[in-house]
Write a protein that binds this ligand. Structure first.
Ligand code: MG
Ligand code: ZN
Length: 374
């Protein structure tokens, strides 16, 4: 990838030099001008990438949230947007495992696959590659941290159901911070291993208290919190844990890669529960607001927000932007094959407009961070 990029650059430079030479030859005043031409536009530095995935967040989920919020979302601050083709390698309709694996590795794979290709071979993930290149890395979710979306960025297992194996894979990496549910897969295991103790041996601060987690500002952190829906007392957990992760990762001078998931937009839509879907959409959007605030102040952070697939086949049949009323109908209890939106903000954001496959997001993020898969 880097070689191709390099060749492209060379070609552009060569073409520019030729033009410059011709112009100089035709324009006597330009002769003797020793200043070399500025061959390429200086692109702003991208130090950090924050990838935000709204699980199940199709266009109707976004617009239901926007309507319920009286006509606006933080998401609208995005500079560029596009659409993603979400199909997996074996199905027109993807699941979250294949969807997240496409973002994490740049490969389409079968539904249920966690960080492996169609032949069940492990694929390096952008998080692992970033870690190898000296970036700090993190995962934050409102589901179990071993659930398909976060798991696909760090684990390599043939099935999303292998939650204990997925939890063990966290110990094989040097991820700096992860916060989500699923403590039981680390502590109450068939193989008798106590992964919480193993994490502590690897110098992780292990905590299951949100206030305590929110106070951690350095070192490595493994945060375990109960998995519950927003209206059942989760409150501003996603905002707080995202801010904690950002502050901690931002200590690293060489930048960071962070994936934040609004996990339960999907669950609300699986339940065909519009209220559940909207409250999760708005919780995710408030977190987007916080992330944009950081990115705006930082100036070297690229934020990309997308979904793995749409869930529920949500159709908005009515609503009122002033009163926030929304009426909707679901056509399925499962996922759908429709395009999902992608939004971007910060340096390099322009690269994310257009219509393309989920796998291209990996390539674009790798380019943004100037990472090489080898
Ligand atoms: Mg998910
Ligand atoms: Zn789902």
């Amino acid at each position: 990838m880097n070689i191709i990029n390099h060749m492209k650059k060379l070609k552009i430079i060569t073409a520019y030099c030729l033009l410059f030479f011709l112009a100089a030859a035709c324009n006597p005043e330009a002769q003797g001008d020793q200043e070399s031409p500025k061959a390429e536009q200086e692109s702003p530095k991208i130090k950090n990438v924050i990838l935000m995935i709204g699980d199940g967040m199709g266009p109707s989920q976004v617009y239901a949230g926007l309507t319920a919020n009286n006509g606006s979302l933080h998401l609208e601050k995005s500079s560029y947007s596009g659409f993603i083709k979400t199909n997996s390698s074996d199905d027109y309709v993807t699941d979250s495992a294949a969807g997240a694996t496409a973002y994490a590795t740049g490969h389409k794979t079968y539904n249920g696959a966690i960080g492996v290709d169609s032949s069940e071979n492990a694929l390096p993930t952008i998080l692992e590659i970033a870690e190898e290149h000296g970036l700090a890395t993190g995962l934050v979710a409102t589901s179990s941290i071993t659930h398909a979306t976060p798991a696909s960025f760090i684990a390599h297992q043939p099935s999303r159901d292998m939650t204990e194996e997925i939890a063990a894979d966290f110990l094989l990496t040097d991820i700096d911070v992860f916060i989500g549910g699923g403590e039981e897969y680390f502590s109450d295991r068939e193989d008798g291993r106590n992964l919480l103790a193993e994490l502590e041996e690897k110098n992780y601060r292990v905590s299951n208290d949100l206030d305590e987690i929110a106070q951690v500002t350095s070192g490595k952190l493994a945060g375990f919190l109960p998995v519950r829906r927003w209206s059942e007392g989760r409150n501003d957990q996603l905002m707080k844990t995202s801010e904690t992760a950002i502050n901690l990762l931002n200590q690293n001078e060489d930048g960071f890669f962070l994936m934040i998931e609004g996990s339960q937009i999907d669950w609300g839509s699986h339940d065909n529960d519009l209220e559940y879907t909207i409250e999760e959409m708005l919780d995710f959007d408030r977190t987007i607001g916080k992330v944009f605030e950081f990115a705006e102040n930082d100036g070297e952070t690229l934020v990309v927000i997308t979904a793995d697939h749409e869930t529920g086949g949500l159709t908005l049949t009515g609503g009122n932007l002033e009163t926030g009323e929304v009426e909707g109908e679901f056509s399925t209890g499962g996922h759908t094959g429709t395009l999902v939106p992608i939004f971007s903000y910060g340096p390099g954001a322009e690269k994310f407009s257009g219509i393309y496959h989920n796998t291209a997001v990996f390539d674009k993020l790798m380019n943004a961070l100037q990472l090489d898969a080898q």
